[in-house]
Design a protein. Sequence first.
Length: 362
Amino acid sequence: MKYYIFLFLAAIMAFSLIVQQNRRPDPKVIPVTTAQPETNKIYPVAIIGAGAAGTMAVKRSVLNNNETLLFAGAIQERRRSRGNWVRTIDNVPGLEKYERAVLELRNEALADLVQSPFGSKLYVIEDSVASIEKESERFKLTDKSGRVYFAKYVVMATGMMDEQPHIQGSIRPILPFANGQTVAYCAVCDGHRSFGKKTVVIGHSESAASIALLLSEKYQLESMTILTNGKKPEFTPKTLEKINSRNIKIFDSPILEILGNIEQRQLTGFKLESGGSVDAEMAFVALGIRPNNQLALQLGAKLDSTGLVVTDTNGESTIPNLFVVGDLRANSMKQVYTAWQHSVETLQLINRRIRENSQQEK
């Protein structure tokens, strides 16, 4: 009898080990060690943020052989940016292999830069910028620890965060499913995941309705439902006509509970306060954004109606030598490849200005 018990326990342990080996843990930010910057020196470039845009910006700046300050952000600040939570990216070739694409690319890129011939040009500050001021031809940046730095050009890559639905007063119920990518926030990035599925859009604005219509038209959904979560729908009569023509249902009852397997992060539906429930295998949240624009506000940069920073085509804001790349920039797609393009174009322009100023000083 003891022999069979032993075999049973051994089988359980072996199965548990296999599960653990196949469940890849979430990667963490891996700090890199660089020389500490001088506090009384004006550096050519300072980059704030190390998401997709900030990582590409620092890579381009350092490879341009410019001394570069990178404010990688304190933990609590990084959590407020969409890039910190991005999981698998299917719509950019080569990124499908990553569990947490933006985070892992940041770790790889900074590690490579530190080991490169240009490693001495990089100064990584594992902290956030608490305040920023424009002093004539330079910016004064103070981190959360009170240390002060100076830079000629500043590139903001602080991004934004998506608004979360409150389920019975808390955002926590949605998070396990968001981490499993059965709840998404970007129809361009993850719309294809809804193909053939029972799908829900959480939102009450025209934007939410547009996303529901887009997914319904493109991905042969088994069903599409809009949940306003207790909010009054703000759809125009024309939009309502389109919604009805595609047999999209609308429920304005508050969401009582999210249904699914939390451990496996698999969504199955939503229970409503009205007493009914809605089946769902995939959901999209369309409640707007919260731009991380506090530093831009400190400088008085122009913002659009959503709080994003207005720039010219090169990414320069209304504050001379203050540039914005990635999700924080107004009038641009919120995509990894867009962020990369912003960063390359902006840093090339900055590099050109640095060279021109250097030639004039000779």
